[in-house]
Design a protein around this ligand. Structure first.
Ligand code: ADP
Ligand code: MG
Length: 496
């Protein structure tokens, strides 16, 4: 066992996690009917005869749902089945009036695939088993009725793509990082809106523990985790609970559990059914789903650049590190903002530093998305150009950035010919312009050298600290407006 793996052990146990994620697809209408999928409508107004399971109503496949499944498969390098089968998963529940859910069982539409991501600076890859199309169930409403339950079938028949991983994850942190990466992929390609609160992206975490080298332990499945924070808490609790049980001499029973955010605990919902309990069989109402290779290839050619491809391009095209490129492709909007700043300023590295540094710090502090940034890409680019040409220091630029962000300055945007002119005016009016006049700077440095004869002696005797002290004195004498690199250079010339 490598050192890394050892350090991952929790109280001597290895954690094993596999995920099943239900992503709600962004189609306008349902997977087998023409009813709308919009969220929040009056109960039972977005449901058709098919969704109500009226006798004789037949399902018709929504091509848009298949299209999205193909896009997902291509995004994770999976195989798109030439022919997949819809199956009935039989179970009784009031919000499932047909008595079965239409899903895919033996032959799913998306087979295999891999999701790659970073955990800190460590590269991880999680293998997918499959992704299959299925319909969502309705909802039981318990709160509005006393002694009765209501049924809302608006959600019934909403298209889902259920994405299943191999049990490849070895820590709860890795599992959360996987979920975040998957969320990024499905929202990036636009097959899912990613709204976790509304249930568009729900994760089931299968968790087990074992002694290193032992066969897989018995898993318990935590259902419907709809926030990354709860996901982490739920799995951490579950791991501790399972270890405690085993240490106390109990065996883990396979079970389905729910996480209660109020207590921070998981509790058993039901003992886990096996596939055999569902009596799966091919749905006679739906023909096999046949996907021609021309459809797959057309989709491939029309898909926008994927995050990992874009990250690779950022590395080769802009010379960014793998980590930076990964961070900048966290969302399409972030990537677009970075590219706009990089191309308008011609300074990719600075653009990357600023987008991931000052800009994201401000966005986080105010809980804003980059689309709502108070400083736009043109403004940031014009500021970066002035850092690059030495007009302003990085620290000075942070002050200007702050003024642009808060709008606490008196300049009127309309009175300038362009953003560069306005940024320059702002730099000047704030007195943040670095000294560019070499003659003036030289005179100041001569003064500093004359006043610090002792330091000069020490520098000549090879004392590097004394040199830094002179740089500091010179910066002070210019009230911080000199370019430190230029001061360094001039001092070296004069002392050298
Ligand atoms: P089912 O469909 O009955 O829930 P699967 O065998 O398809 O069961 O597995 C469901 C999920 O559980 C998969 O993501 C898989 O990786 C994961 N899994 C299977 N065995 C384990 C285990 N021992 N520990 C953790 N996760 C597991
Ligand atoms: Mg399951």
């Amino acid at each position: 066992m490598s050192k890394d793996q050892k350090s991952l052990l929790v109280q001597g146990y290895e954690v094993v996690i596999g995920f099943e994620t239900h992503t709600q697809l962004t189609t306008q209408s349902k997977i087998f009917s023409r009813a709308s999928t919009s969220f929040g409508a009056e109960p039972n107004t977005n449901a058709s005869a098919v969704d109500f399971a009226l006798p004789g109503a037949l399902p018709v496949m929504n091509k848009g749902a298949v299209q999205r499944a193909i896009e997902f498969g291509l995004a994770v390098n999976a195989h798109i089945a030439e022919k997949s089968i819809f199956a009935r998963k039989n179970y009784f529940y009031p919000d499932l009036p047909k008595g079965y859910q239409i899903s895919q069982f033996e032959i799913p539409v998306v087979q295999g695939g891999v999701v790659e991501f970073f955990l800190g600076d460590e590269k991880k890859s999680v293998r997918l088993v499959r992704a299959h199309l299925e319909e969502d169930a309705g909802k039981s409403l318990h709160e509005d009725f006393i002694g009765q339950s209501g049924i809302d079938l608006n959600r019934a028949g909403t298209p889902l793509l259920e994405i299943v991983t191999e049990p490849d994850m070895r820590s709860t942190a890795e599992a959360v990082a996987y979920a975040k990466e998957l969320h990024k992929i499905v929202t990036w390609i636009g097959i899912c809106d990613g709204n976790m609160q509304e249930g568009s992206f729900r994760c089931d975490a299968n968790v087990s523990v074992r002694k290193p080298g032992a066969p897989l332990g018995t898993r318990r499945e935590i259902k419907n985790l709809n926030s990354f924070k709860f996901m982490q808490q739920a799995m951490d609790y579950e791991v501790r609970w399972q270890i405690e049980q085993i240490e106390d001499g109990h065996e883990i029973q396979q079970a389905t559990v729910l996480f209660d955010p109020d207590t921070g605990e998981t509790r058993s919902m039901r003992s886990k059914e096996d596939a055999a309990d569902y009596r799966y069989f091919p749905d006679p109402d739906l023909p096999p789903l046949v996907i021609g290779r021309d459809w797959v290839e057309k989709t491939r050619s029309e898909m926008s650049e994927l995050p990992r491809v874009m990250a690779a391009r950022f590395m080769t095209g802009y010379g960014l590190s793998e980590y930076d490129a990964g961070q900048l492709t966290q969302s399409k909007a972030t990537a677009a903002f970075f590219e706009a700043v990089a191309s308008a300023s011609g300074q990719a590295k600075l653009a990357s530093n600023w987008v991931m540094g000052e800009l994201s710090r401000r966005l986080n502090a105010e809980d804003k998305s980059i689309e709502a940034s108070a400083v736009n890409s043109d403004q940031l680019a014009s500021l970066i150009k002035r850092i690059a040409d030495g007009t302003i220091s990085n620290n000075g630029a942070k002050q200007v950035f702050d003024l642009l962000w808060t709008g606490k300055h008196t300049l009127v945007a309309g009175s300038f010919t362009d953003m560069d002119a306005m940024t320059l005016a702002l730099i000047e009016s704030e007195g943040l312009k670095q000294m560019s006049d070499t003659g003036e700077l030289e005179a100041i440095i001569d003064g500093v050298l004359a006043a610090n004869a002792k330091n000069v002696e020490e520098v000549k005797a090879g004392n590097a600290k004394a040199f830094n002290a002179l740089v500091g004195q010179a910066m002070k004498a210019t009230k911080g407006k000199a370019n430190p690199a230029q001061v360094n250079e001039l001092l070296k010339k004069k002392l050298g």
